[in-house]
Design a protein around this ligand. Structure first.
Ligand code: ADP
Ligand code: MG
Ligand code: ZN
Length: 681
């Protein structure tokens, strides 16, 4: 019978023999490069090992701790032969395993995985500061002064039970200078929102990172980790408990980019996607596929469509211009805002729904918290960070925490969350599109006040939204009846009234496809169109009188570019066309009209958004409302009384009639009987 070949021998041959597709001795070369690159880990692709020796690969899966330790000795010896000084200078050489053939869902990790090698995917939600952890502790015996060496593992420090030299059980003092320490970091990973079964809370798992793999991933990063599952002892009042916490000891960690998502798109999917894009009615179909159960709100759906696709990020040497589009919906309760947000969070690849208060202590941005047990500082990611490279839907954004009010500015413009607290200095990515909803402070939206006066948000935050829309709950008999029909129809036949919308699963793939494959560029024609529009709007506002009435700023110009790029992307076009430009100008105008038009001059006045200065019409309408309020004390207001009172204010009859009809249209006042008026409550 042949002599049993040891695992070390097989692994040695693997390293010496394994050639990749280019016939390169991949692992020999990697070891050779370790001193040059200053690294002390050899990363082995599981598949390579499996193809070389199935049995050894199986052993690694079954008993990773022991086998990887054997491997690391092989690599250490090889490294010593090549570069003795470098090898000896390393505290430890690691062999790390990447890319297992199968993924274990985070929520399935359980007792059967203990001490086994598994691969998980998740988002890092929390990370501790990097702290030194003792691996080999050296103690001096206080009796004989000799040294005792103890290898460390587990949570608590192991001290000698008795001195190995004099047998005494006296006091032992740790000698840090002779002990071996290694950087360590504990992170918490959480299931990715898209892996979450409907209606379930995300599960999380602690992962310990040691030595050269600490600080490789930050909160908000999506990672793939290969490691083995260990148990953490828990102590109760009566001693050690029978229940344990699980913790993963990472062998290898990888931060995943967007490409990963593309693997879900099959060639058949691609065909269907191209088919949709080739449909001459593609635009209508796309808009109809946005929250099909919500009636109307075409402009809003159109902007949500663009938000889902996004513009093109530009990384210039000295600055980064965001391509992500932010949309704010302000409006009366019950107008479908939350529904629209929920839809977007569900359909968007990497979508996330939260509220202004945030779902965790970290709120919308991030928090540094002190961990109960160890007193370590832990950095926890908030919603905008967790939605990095995705869409963050924030309902009731007006209710956000004080801490977030300051931190949200860089998150919205530079798309980063800088942290410097409790010894943790980090910059987290928040490259996300924000779809937010806000309720008016006073319950209902008052169209004669500015957005800033209507909702509890500073102008500095408002100005970071590319488009803002107002949803008013205006009674309108005809519209109400169509809407009722629409809603009841949904209930009657569970969605069969909606025919041409794209199946949500395919729609998500469509978005993924467009986002990863299409990078539209602006044509000369489009640039000219935007320039002309910009210049015209700027001059119009100067001619309009007050020089302060700047109607459009560079910020809107950037927004137009983003929206137009997104529109081209939605059609899978590589060029932004004139048609895209016209469409987004119209959309932008309608948004501006809702939030800042001066109706009397017909001019869009973005100034109102910023300064909150009431313009001419606003004053006039307030006069009418004031008079109605006054006269109303004695019942419904008769029109003749109203005209008379207004004449005293210098408002002539025809002007008054116009103002009254504007107020009627908005639903601010109504007519209980012909010829009488009342304010709507
Ligand atoms: N335009 C609409 N079309 C269909 N349903 C609507 C519409 N507006 C409101 N609803 C329905 O009214 C309810 C309240 O909507 P919701 O999204 O919670 O409003 P909001 O968040 O604006 O207060 C939901 O059930 C929603 O489906
Ligand atoms: Mg709501
Ligand atoms: Zn001793």
């Amino acid at each position: 019978m042949a002599k049993q070949i040891s695992h070390e021998e097989v692994f040695t041959r693997f390293v010496e023999d394994f050639r990749n597709e280019e016939s390169v001795l991949k692992y020999e070369q990697a070891i050779q490069e370790m001193p040059i690159k200053g690294i002390r880990s050899l990363v082995v692709n599981f598949n390579d090992l499996y193809n070389y020796d199935m049995e050894l690969a199986a052993e690694v899966m079954k008993d990773p701790d022991r086998i990887l330790e054997l491997f690391s000795r092989v690599v250490f010896d090889k490294l010593r032969q090549r570069d003795l000084v470098y090898a000896e200078a390393q505290k430890k050489i690691h062999v790390r395993i990447r890319a297992l053939p199968s993924l274990t869902p985070l929520r399935k990790i359980g007792s059967e995985h203990i001490s086994r090698l598994v691969m998980i995917k998740g988002i890092i939600v929390r990370a501790s500061a990097t702290t030194p952890q003792v691996m080999k502790a050296v103690f001096r015996c206080s009796n004989c002064n000799e040294l005792n060496y103890i290898d460390q593992d587990g949570e608590t420090l192991k001290t000698p039970i008795k001195c190995e030299h004099c047998d005494s059980k006296s006091r032992f003092d740790l000698v840090p200078k002779l002990s071996v320490f290694m950087d360590s970091q504990r992170v918490t990973t959480q299931e990715r929102p898209e892996d979450l079964p409907p209606g379930q809370l995300p599960r999380s798992l602690h992962v310990d990172l040691k030595d050269d793999i600490v600080d490789q991933a930050r909160p908000g990063d999506r990672i793939t980790i290969v490691g083995n599952v260990d148990l953490l002892q828990r102590f109760g009042r009566g001693g050690q408990l029978r229940i344990f916490d699980m913790v993963m000891e990472a062998s290898h960690i990888e931060v995943s980019g967007r490409e990963a998502e593309m693997t879900d798109i099959s060639p058949e999917d691609e065909e269907k996607i191209k088919e949709i894009a080739a449909d001459p009615w593609v635009h209508r179909r796309l808009i109809q596929s946005i929250a099909p159960s919500i009636y109307g709100h075409e402009n809003i759906k159109e902007s949500i469509l663009y938000l889902l696709f996004g513009g093109v990020n530009k990384n210039l040497p000295d600055l980064r211009i965001r391509g992500d589009i932010n949309v704010l919906l302000v409006g009366d309760p019950g107008t479908g805002k939350s529904q629209l947000l929920q839809f977007a969070a569900k359909i968007a690849p990497r979508g996330l729904m939260t509220t202004g208060r945030g779902s965790t202590a970290a709120g919308l941005t991030a928090a540094v918290v002190k961990e109960g047990g160890t007193g370590n500082f832990i950095l926890e990611a908030g919603a905008l960070v967790l939605a990095d490279q995705g869409v963050c839907c924030i309902d009731e954004i007006d209710k956000m925490r004080e801490e977030d009010r300051g931190a949200i500015h860089p998150a919205m413009e530079q798309q980063i969350v800088p942290i410097a607290k409790g010894g943790i200095v980090a910059t987290l990515n928040a490259r996300t599109s924000i779809l937010a909803a806000a309720n008016p402070t006073l319950g209902r939206y008052n169209p004669y006040q500015t957005i800033g006066q209507n909702i509890n948000l500073p102008v500095t935050i408002l100005s970071r939204f590319d488009v803002i829309f107002v949803l008013k709950d205006v009674p309108d008999a005809e519209k109400d009846s169509t809407m009722a029909e629409h809603i009841l129809g949904l209930h009657r036949s569970a969605g069969s009234t909606i025919t041409s919308s794209i199946d949500p699963e395919l729609f998500r793939k469509y978005i993924s496809y467009a986002k990863t494959r299409v990078r539209p560029i602006l044509t000369e024609e489009v640039i000219t169109r935007f320039r002309d529009f910009y210049v015209k709007m700027r001059t119009a506002s100067v001619e309009g009188g007050e020089a302060s009435a700047v109607s459009i700023t560079a910020r809107q110009l950037e927004s137009l570019v983003r929206l137009a790029e997104a529109r081209a992307k939605a059609h899978l076009r590589v060029e932004v066309t004139k048609e895209d430009a016209e469409a987004v100008i119209t959309l932008m105008q309608s948004s501006l009209e809702q939030v800042g038009i001066d109706v009397s001059t017909g001019q869009i006045d973005i100034d109102i958004l910023y300064t909150g200065k009431p313009r001419s019409l606003q004053t006039q309408l307030q006069k009418v409302l004031g008079r109605i309020a006054e006269l109303e004390r004695t019942g419904p207001v008769k029109d003749d009384d109203l005209y008379e009172a207004l004449a005293e204010d210098g408002v002539n009859r025809s002007e008054a009639a116009k103002l009254i009809s504007t107020l009627m249209r908005d639903g601010t006042i109504f007519s209980p009987r012909p010829g009488t008026y009342r304010r709507a409550s």
